[in-house]
Design a protein around this ligand. Structure first.
Ligand code: ADP
Ligand code: GLC
Length: 497
């Protein structure tokens, strides 16, 4: 297919969440910012997302553009409505009230239990994506590329393979291999998959249906969200049983699997324009950062002291993020004079441990359990450094927010953390690349030793300023990654193969 400038590449971007309306983590941020950057770069993008209550409330003026009366199997009938967000960027809302109009999160009810019918809810999302990307599409807009994101959309390439005449090339992005969408084999018929799909080279994974494997097996191209994570998932330690398939895809045709580092939405996350912080600042006016530090201390009830570094933590409270290491290290950090500002939610046992720590160290450890966008911004600006000791991290956005805010991160060197944080050493300080601190062993001991190193560096203001400025100098935005995605899309069109 020859593409002239007059025919922009058309991308159908399928996702289960999109910020600011529906977000449980970084995928929501990426699904808002990457399509916008692609549209900015001249591509035509439609984002397909379930019509959750927050989206229906945000877009009462949407127009109905298609009905999916018989999606197949026991998938419920649905409709597609359209909203134009800006030139070349639209939302396609998948309306199925029985599936998506619920009180609770996109994947779980209010008690934290997975919705019992998630296979059918995201089977429907995948099926709708496949239909819109097929030659049978009910829309008068047919994409060149269907870009699926995570397991919730990853059955789409399998539907194109088994059920519908493919019209578009397919790309599947792994944002987190730990979540695979595994469901009983007995759901096969209800999901409208043929018996042949239950095979080693199909959607079957140890006797169950794996949505993510379907995408890894049947997409033309695979991506993940950092180059280091792309390498790590081809190894047993981080491969969750899919490393064999992933390394096969990586080595085929010179590389069907690539890592493209995420960007950050600089319209939302820039200290120069952020309205949730005490005062705007830049690399040239770092002294103003102190105002946000003071505001953070006041908002959280921390006893601030010029000699006591404030350590920020914003995280899903899970083992992935190494939150257990932080909990274990917290009393020692406080004994060394640090203050902790913690925001997060997740595992009930670890949430309780944080609450106990806050009660035992009033004024020194402040904990807010829950999701709080504006506090997240204030922590990024007001903390002196940011802690993120993840056991694995496909990309991670918070360390990039920290770098952009002059809040050097202390991280475990894994995945996207290894690709963005340059450990401070005499050599990296001298060549102007140092922007934070990193360590390798996933132990409390290594975390503590590295934070201590960071605190020592923080006590030397001049070197600390260079660290801050090095992080702030780099462009963390989406322009460069969007260009990489555009090149990838072009490379998987039939004419390019
Ligand atoms: P992940 O997607 O694995 O959770 P990322 O670092 O990619 O990790 O993205 C996390 C996103 O969610 C960031 O935008 C971060 O600010 C946000 N976030 C996580 N927990 C909270 C919280 N409790 N309150 C506000 N924002 C949060
Ligand atoms: C996942 C990963 C995180 C990544 C985000 C967006 O939630 O855990 O590392 O930044 O997706 O790609």
């Amino acid at each position: 297919m020859a593409l002239s400038d007059a025919t922009p590449l058309r991308i159908l971007f399928a996702t289960p969440e999109i910020a600011p309306w529906v977000k449980t983590g970084g995928l929501g941020d990426v699904s808002a910012a990457l399509p916008a950057a692609l549209a900015e770069a001249g591509l035509e993008v439609r984002v397909l997302v379930p019509a959750y209550p927050a989206l229906l409330a945000a877009f009462p003026q949407r127009s109905l553009v298609a009905r999916l009366d018989q999606p197949g199997g026991q998938l419920l009938p649905a409709a597609i409505s359209h909203v134009e967000l800006r030139p070349r960027l639209g939302l396609l809302l998948l309306e199925c009230p029985a599936c998506y109009e619920r009180h609770g999160g996109p994947y779980q009810d209010r008690t934290g239990l997975d919705w019992a019918d998630n296979a059918m809810r995201f089977g429907l999302l995948s099926k709708a994506a496949a239909l819109l990307a097929s030659r049978e599409t009910p829309l008068d807009w047919r994409p060149d590329v269907l870009h699926c994101n995570d397991w919730q959309t990853a059955l789409a390439p399998a539907y194109l393979r088994y059920r519908h005449a493919p019209g578009a090339a397919t790309v599947t992005t792994i944002h987190n291999l730990a979540f695979q969408g595994l469901f009983p084999a007995a759901s096969r018929e209800a999901l409208d998959l043929p018996p042949a799909a239950m095979a080693l080279d199909g959607v079957e994974f140890y006797g169950r249906i794996s949505f993510l494997k379907a995408g890894l097996q049947h997409s033309d191209r695979l991506t993940t969200v950092s180059p280091t994570y792309a390498r790590e998932i081809c190894e047993p330690e981080h491969g969750f049983g899919l490393d064999g398939l992933l390394s096969y895809r990586r080595d085929r045709r010179g590389g069907d699997l690539v890592g493209i580092l995420n960007g950050i939405d600089t319209a939302e996350w820039s200290p120069a324009t952020d309205r949730s912080i005490a005062a705007p600042y830049s690399a040239r006016s770092l002294a103003l950062k102190q105002l946000s530090r003071a505001a953070l201390g006041e908002r959280l009830g921390l006893d601030l002291d010029a000699d006591a570094p404030v350590l920020g933590i914003i995280s899903r409270i899970t083992l992935q993020k190494g939150v257990d290491l932080l909990i274990e290290a917290a009393p020692t950090l406080v004994a060394r004079g640090a203050r902790l500002a913690v925001l997060g939610s997740g595992d009930a046992g670890m949430e309780a441990a944080w609450r106990d720590l806050a009660a035992a160290h009033r004024g020194r450890i402040a904990v807010r359990i829950g999701f709080d966008e504006s506090l997240a911004h204030l922590i990024e600006a007001g903390a002196d450094m940011f802690l993120m000791p993840s056991r694995f991290e496909p990309c991670g956005l918070n360390q990039m927010y920290s770098l952009a805010y002059g809040t050097p991160p202390v991280v475990r060197a894994t995945g996207g953390l290894a690709d963005t944080v340059v450990d401070c050493t005499p050599a990296t300080l001298a060549n102007g690349t140092a922007n934070g601190f990193s360590f390798v062993p996933a132990t409390t001991h290594a975390l503590l030793a590295t934070v201590e190193r960071a605190i020592e560096a923080w006590r030397a203001p001049e070197a600390w300023r260079s660290l801050q400025r090095n992080g702030m100098a780099r462009d963390w935005g989406w322009d460069a990654p969007a260009r990489q995605y555009a090149d990838l899309y072009r490379s998987c069109l039939p004419a390019a193969r």
